[in-house]
Design a protein. Structure first.
Ligand SMILES: Cc1ncc(COP(=O)(O)O)c(C=O)c1O
Length: 371
């Protein structure tokens, strides 16, 4: 491995352990649906799925799926959508398209560290701006302005935020947009947690901001509980999307064929909330919607896990202020023997996902049997 390469430690650690432990405190999305549950929500039969030919999908995503995704973003056309293999590939091709060695990138911290690592691996210089726990996870305007220095090429934000679940306040959003416009920076808005808000209010997309150097990244892995489909997307101005597609030709060629084509038989189309009338419910959360009910009910397993690993309650009493979406920031003084974050052993806060909600029992059932 090149000495300069920045490894994605969190992802490697998580993927090494997440399927091998009894208590997974690292889950970063809503507990995944089974195909049967998805079809049930869609009110769709499994039969057409069995007829999906396992060929290559259209490399930028089928027309139908891109139409459905574009409809989520007012004014966007299907040509402005690139379907990717998860939102992680969307982040990758965005950084690849935009960054050259020496570029300055402002990154919100803490964060899902993919873009922070990637930007360094593309030779860029990362300038962080912090979310502050004592401010309910809001950033300071001055720190945003400093991080988005003159000449900054890219600003990376995750909203709703991983790992705190925080949704940026209007004032901070405005400062980020104004400062990016002042210096001519692109904004990569990773909105993969949009739709998983505890409040029931869907976070406003940066798409609606009016600033046109914006790349929206989203996908079906978190709020929709469908990470195994590996469907993500980019929405941006037409020129950017076409250039990102040219990069995508070199990465995975196209999205996984079966999930993309599954859109043609209703399941994914319904997952993005736009299934035609008669297809029944939506995975997309809403009052009583499945995702949100899992998110809200997750406080029980979080507290239960805390007591079972012998640390009492999470410091900050389970749900800290600022837990806005699927993801909480809970702290334990020190944790061993559980799949908590890399920081756990040194006694700092860890991100806790909400994957083990009682609505969908994890392997072994929930609550776990008394030992
Ligand atoms: C903020 C954020 N973006 C992107 C991803 C990648 O998700 P996927 O590639 O499954 O869509 C994750 C995964 O945890 C994430 O937390």
């Amino acid at each position: 491995m090149s000495p300069k390469f920045v490894p994605f430690e969190l992802e490697r650690w998580q993927s090494t352990w997440e399927n091998r432990v009894r208590f997974n405190l690292s889950e970063s999305g809503v507990h995944p649906l089974t195909i049967q549950e998805l079809l049930g929500l869609a009110g769709a039969s499994a039969l057409p799925l069995l007829e999906v030919r396992l060929g290559y999908s259209q490399s930028n995503g089928t027309d139908r799926l891109r139409e459905r995704i574009a409809a989520l973003y007012p004014g966007a056309s299907p040509d402005q959508v690139l379907v990717t293999t998860g939102s992680s590939e969307a982040n990758f091709v965005t950084c690849w398209r935009l960054l050259e060695p020496g570029d300055k990138v402002a990154v919100m911290m803490p964060n899902y560290m993919q873009t922070a690592g990637l930007t360094q691996n593309f030779g860029a210089e990362v300038r962080p701006f912090q979310l502050h726990e004592k401010e309910g996870w809001e950033p300071y305007a001055e720190e945003i302005r400093t991080a988005i220095a003159s000449g900054t090429k890219l600003v990376v934000i995750t909203n709703p935020h991983n790992p705190t679940g925080h949704v940026l306040g209007d004032a901070a959003r405005k400062v980020i947009l104004e400062r990016a416009a002042e210096v001519g920076a692109w904004i990569l808005a990773d909105e993969v947690y949009q739709g998983a808000e505890l409040s029931g209010k869907t976070t406003e997309s940066f798409w609606g901001s009016g600033y046109n150097k914006v790349v929206i990244v989203n996908g079906l892995s978190k709020a929709y509980g469908l990470p195994g489909l590996r469907i993500g997307w980019i929405v941006s101005q037409p020129g950017f999307t076409q250039e990102a597609w040219a990069r995508h030709d070199y990465t995975t060629i196209g999205p996984s064929g079966a999930p993309d084509r599954a859109c043609a038989v209703a399941a994914v189309a319904v997952a993005v909330g736009l299934g035609p009338a008669g297809w029944g419910g939506s995975v997309r959360p809403g009052p009583g919607g499945s995702c949100r009910s899992v998110v809200v009910s997750a406080s029980t397993p979080v507290e239960c896990i805390a007591s079972r690993i012998g640390s009492g309650s999470p410091a900050g009493a389970g749900w800290p202020a600022g837990a806005g979406a699927a993801g909480v920031w809970a702290g334990w003084p020190a944790v061993t023997g559980a799949a908590a974050g890399p920081g756990a052993g040194v006694g700092v806060a860890v991100g806790v996902g909400v994957g083990a909600g009682p609505a969908r029992p994890a392997a072994g059932g929930w609550p776990p049997a008394t030992e």
